[in-house]
Ligand binder design. Structure first.
Ligand SMILES: Cc1cc2nc3c(=O)[nH]c(=O)nc-3n(C[C@H](O)[C@H](O)[C@H](O)COP(=O)(O)OP(=O)(O)OC[C@H]3O[C@@H](n4cnc5c(N)ncnc54)[C@H](O)[C@@H]3O)c2cc1C
Length: 534
């Protein structure tokens, strides 16, 4: 197979135009092109009057050697690189099953690889299996009945189960681990297009099915999966993991413990700190969700082609560096999505965003965040960032009315520095409800100032971003982990051999794909295959 990059066609090209583009690029006849598949597809909408689809394809040709020779100077044409992830061979096995804590992308993929290697992992998850979890989450969203152990952060599939399911990552992936994740998702029912779309997404509806399918695969390979089972203690003997305590009542012996607990396991972090497991405070971000009519974003991005079915709802990504030294940036944008209640502790309001696969809701939303660092937390304790998050989540709860309604403000009022008194034409999508207010009451002052400047600047890049009636919902405080659980070159805690801090909560990943990749790396290390630190 040969790989041909950068084939540019009008985004609404005919079905046979791509084949034609390959023939034209290579100067070959139809007979010489045996077969081709799309390896990558992106949309280039920089020129709104001429929006392009940009393809990379893998083609099987009658005479590939001749073509490669002819195009040896053309960097857009090469042999297709290997696409398959090589599962490691097991080099060292202890008699006991490895225990993986947390069934988010990191824990799921660590357990999946361990199971595929025949190492029969025990995967434990404090929350419920995904079916029951979905019911609990919807009860919270509809009726405001909150369950601290079964919510958007806790339960099968982890934090990303209720999400837009964006599957992008900046990670360089020579080992094809990211491809492995996408392949497993497709086997579990995700659409094939995620294998080649530049910005693939699968939506909450697909994610719920996928995590269930992954669980069944782990079980079919001899692994165990236990729900409503919380890691509450770790036995460490002479600096080596000896066992885990579950639900304060049961002990399992193990010498291998993967800690993939996500960024919201505050009680687990406290337990680890109590065991003197080294933890560091790390920078994270805080801010709001901002919602616009999707049609405004589509028009800003696609001009006259706005709402064309081949383009789908548009997205955006922006950053603004302010003169005060702070930066604000948009994050985890959810086209045609909803702002969702994402609390994991009673008495706190936390927002985030999700979409279904169809992305067919009227509003676009995105996090609008300001980066903060340990100096902002007001303390030197490694867990001080959690105290900072909790403070603003509780303020948002109070300002919202003390019933999990979220505080909201119209962008026009926010920019003018006055409280919102009446709703505008953008209906906030957050449920169970919202309370109009002045968001300055539940955000740090420097965050308010930074976002105020950034919105005006971002409007210059995305027309309509500062529209008066756009809605801001607070507080988004869980975009990444406020701590790092230290691990050494061997991916283990320096305080306990056999303890593998992993994924987003431990500070080594951010997002579904990078968390899953970290889980794969940990499984590789456990199996004995050397894995490079990244
Ligand atoms: C609403 C929302 C939308 C998102 N959208 C996207 C997106 O579109 N694309 C993207 O790439 N990323 C998205 N993210 C981020 C992504 O979900 C996370 O980066 C990812 O889930 C982190 O994976 P993880 O496995 O490290 O941790 P998590 O997914 O947080 O999983 C940790 C798991 O550990 C369990 N756990 C915690 N403590 C214990 C314990 N003591 N005992 C047993 N179990 C425990 C938790 O219940 C949880 O299930 C989103 C996050 C949220 C909340």
């Amino acid at each position: 197979m040969i790989r041909i990059r950068d084939i540019r066609l009008p985004f609404d090209h005919s079905e046979d135009a791509l084949g034609g583009g390959i023939l034209e690029r290579l100067g070959i006849t139809e007979r010489e092109l045996v077969h081709f598949t799309i390896a990558h597809k992106s949309i280039d909408a920089r020129r709104k009057n001429s929006i392009l689809a940009v393809y990379t394809v893998d083609a099987e040709l009658q005479d590939e050697a001749a073509v490669l020779c002819r195009f040896s100077e053309d960097i857009r044409i090469s042999q297709t690189p290997p696409l398959k992830y090589q599962i490691p061979t097991v080099e060292s096995v202890s008699g006991r099953s490895p225990v993986v804590v947390g069934s988010g992308p990191c824990g799921l993929f660590a357990a999946l690889i361990l199971a595929q290697l025949g190492l029969k992992p025990v995967l434990i998850e404090r929350g419920k299996e995904v079916g029951s979890r979905v019911k609990d989450v919807y009860r919270f969203w509809r009726e405001g009945q909150f369950d601290p152990e079964s919510n958007v952060q806790f339960g099968e599939g982890g934090a990303g189960t209720f999400s837009d399911g964006k599957l992008t990552t900046q990670i360089r992936d020579k080992e094809n681990r990211s491809r492995k994740v996408l392949d497993e998702f497709v086997k579990a029912g995700a659409p094939d297009e995620i294998l080649y779309q530049a910005r693939p997404h699968i939506g909450t509806d697909n994610l719920v099915r996928i995590v269930k399918h992954l669980r069944h695969t782990i079980l079919s390979l001899g692994g165990q999966v236990r729900f409503e089972t919380k890691l509450t203690g770790i036995h460490i003997k002479a600096g080596v993991v000896a066992g885990v305590v579950l639900n304060d009542s049961e002990t399992i012996e193990t010498d291998t413990l993967v800690l993939a607990v996500g960024h919201s396991a505050r009680d687990t972090f406290e337990m680890l700190a109590g065991l003197n497991i080294p933890i560091e405070a790390k920078p994270f971000s805080i801010g709001v969700r901002i919602e616009h009519p999707q049609s405004v974003i589509d028009t800003a991005q696609y001009g006259r082609y706005a709402s064309h079915p081949l383009l789908g709802p548009a997205d955006y990504k922006m950053v603004h560096h302010c003169e005060n030294g702070r930066s604000a940036y948009t994050f985890c944008m959810c086209p045609g999505g909803e702002v969702i209640a994402s609390s994991s502790e009673p008495g706190g309001v936390v927002t985030n965003g999700m979409s279904s696969y169809s992305r067919n809701r009227p509003n676009a939303n995105s996090a609008l965040l300001v980066g903060i660092c340990p100096q902002d937390f007001g303390g030197t304790d490694p867990l001080a960032g959690i105290g900072f998050q909790r403070k603003w989540e509780r303020k948002a709860f109070e300002v919202g009315g003390g019933n999990y309604f979220a505080p909201v403000q119209l962008v026009g009022d926010f920019l003018a520095g006055r409280p919102s008194r009446s709703p505008g034409r953008v209906a906030p999508s957050y449920t169970p409800g919202t309370t109009l207010c002045n968001l300055a009451e539940c955000l740090p002052e420097f965050v308010v100032e930074t976002i105020r400047v950034a919105i005006a600047q971002m409007d210059k890049k995305l027309n309509g971003f500062a529209m008066h009636d756009a809605v801001m919902t607070a507080v988004e405080s869980r975009s990444s982990s406020p701590i790092r659980i230290v691990r050494d070159e061997s991916f283990q805690s320096p305080a306990a051999e056999g303890l593998y801090p992993a994924g987003e909560g431990a500070g080594y990943a951010g997002g579904i794909i990078s968390s899953a990749i970290d889980g794969i790396k940990i499984a590789e290390v456990i199996s004995g295959k050397p894995s490079k630190m990244a």
